[in-house]
Design a protein around this ligand. Structure first.
Ligand code: SF4
Length: 465
């Protein structure tokens, strides 16, 4: 986990580490100039003062500017917030005008355009902030971080701060870092508690099973799921508005975790930690805002661990209440379908027989499947789409290759003593706290839990059919 040898590193993790370290030591304003000079000297053949200043600004959650200053007098307020949209921005000073640009090639939505000098800019009407363009090794495209206000929050100790950790964490910080070890490391950083986002995926799985029961009654009916992937949903809203009515009206497990925690503790803060850059935008959507206070990628968390000198492999293995096998599998392609299918067998077995899922990942394949649906070529009745190849284990904020991530997630799922949420005592504990003591509430009607997990989706105005 070392980030301290600049010769074999790209600039972004190096800057994240330096900024996180200075923030952790309460010296960010005092150290900003020193960090800028240090990074510039380390990468002198690859960069300019203005580029480094802007990379530091982006790591602090600020926009790039035309100035060479790291911070100006207008920035102080912005530094305390969640970070403004867009989450992914261009810092063109470092652009090498590549003949075969990685950023353009990586963007499946053709959102990167070039100016007369060949420098990239992002067409924000097309961009979905999924972060594939961060593939540029010179750091020309970069994602704003939210860890400065988070570090302040952890150090102030004024609120309970929950870490909601995506199941894709398995293996990301080393094969030996279990959920219990990661929890110990997060508590050491100052978090009050770590919860598995997968436990809240369990709640969503039950809701999806009931939604399927309600919406898929005839041979031509189908339900579009994967409410966990904001890019999949955005793709449908923007390019396939005629299909929006088929999307299950559910929030993502990330939003569910924030809403449920705050239902019981309204003053708590909730930080989502995962491999996804797009979650930074999802957390700020007008109808979802307020559930999640900050979003960190695994790469950003790794920088904070290093800055605070915390090694997650070293801590005690003290696990908290756990999620089911199905909830943990949301991290990889096919996981949602597997979770909903097995849950349907338990909850409404007669409806499980006709359950016919199809799964797809990567934006080009997602687009192709949606076109097939529109053309009436669909043979399935439960559609799962994930924007990243392999699912969330392939998210741009990951630390290990997607195939390794999938293998760790499968092992992590198999460790659970509950195969479905129906067998998970933690699910009943949450339901009981909301007053659902006896039967499983349908979650599609007017129950309290149904209201917490509900989302109303509309096609985007101006979207094209
Ligand atoms: Fe985010 Fe990719 Fe997972 Fe979608 S598949 S939620 S874009 S990490």
């Amino acid at each position: 986990m070392s980030k301290n040898n600049p010769t074999d590193l790209n600039i972004r993790p190096r800057i994240l580490y330096q900024v996180a370290k200075a923030a952790w030591e309460g010296q960010l304003f005092e150290q900003r100039e020193k960090i800028c000079q240090l990074i510039q000297s380390e990468f002198k053949d690859r960069t300019t003062r203005k580029f480094v200043a802007n990379q530091i600004r982006i790591a602090m959650g600020l926009a790039a500017t035309e100035s060479e200053d790291v911070i100006n007098e207008y920035d102080e307020e912005a530094l305390m917030g969640m970070g403004s949209e867009p989450a992914v921005i261009a810092n063109t000073e470092s652009c090498r005008n590549c003949k075969d640009p990685a950023c353009e090639k990586a963007c499946p939505l053709s959102a990167i355009t070039r100016d007369e000098l060949g420098r990239p800019s992002i067409d924000q009407r097309k961009c979905s902030n999924e972060g594939y363009c961060l593939a540029c090794e010179f750091g020309t495209l970069a994602e704003k971080s939210q860890f400065i206000p988070l570090i302040n929050l952890l150090k102030q100790n004024t609120h309970k701060v929950y870490a909601s950790v995506a199941p894709a964490f398995a293996g990301q910080f080393g094969a030996e870092v279990t959920a219990g070890k990661l929890r110990s490391a997060l508590l050491k950083l100052g978090f009050s508690e770590m919860v598995e986002t997968a436990l809240y995926a369990d709640l969503i799985t039950i809701k999806e099973a009931f939604e399927y029961n309600e919406h898929v009654k005839e041979a031509q009916d189908f339900l579009i799921t994967s409410c966990c992937c904001p890019i999949w949903i955005k793709l449908i809203e923007n390019k396939f508005p005629d299909l929006v009515g088929h999307i299950s009206p559910s929030v993502s497990p990330m939003i569910a975790s924030g809403r449920v925690i705050k239902e019981f503790e309204p003053d708590a803060k909730v930080v989502f930690i995962g491999p996804c850059v797009a979650k930074k935008s999802e957390a700020q959507l007008p109808d979802l805002r307020g559930a999640i206070d900050f979003v960190l990628t695994f790469q950003e968390l790794e920088a904070i661990f290093e800055a605070a000198n915390v090694n997650p492999a070293d801590g005690p293995d003290e696990e908290n209440p756990v999620a089911s096998w199905g909830g943990r599998l949301y991290a990889r392609t096919g996981g949602v379908s597997a979770a909903v299918g097995t849950t349907l067998e338990k909850l409404i077995p007669r409806r499980a027989e006709k359950f016919n899922p199809i799964k797809v990942d990567g934006i080009p394949d997602c687009t192709k499947l949606l076109e097939d649906i529109r053309a009436g070529k669909l043979e399935a009745n439960f559609i799962e789409g994930m924007a990243c190849k392999g699912g969330c284990v392939g998210g741009p904020g990951r630390l290990i290759p997607p195939d390794q991530g999938t293998s760790h997630v499968n092992d992590y799922g198999n460790l659970s003593s509950a195969r479905t949420p129906v067998e998970n005592p933690q699910v009943y504990s949450i339901l009981a706290k909301l007053g659902h003591y006896r039967d499983m509430p349908a979650m599609t009607g007017t129950s309290k839990m149904a209201a917490i997990l509900a989302r109303k989706l509309e096609p985007n105005p101006g979207s094209k059919q």
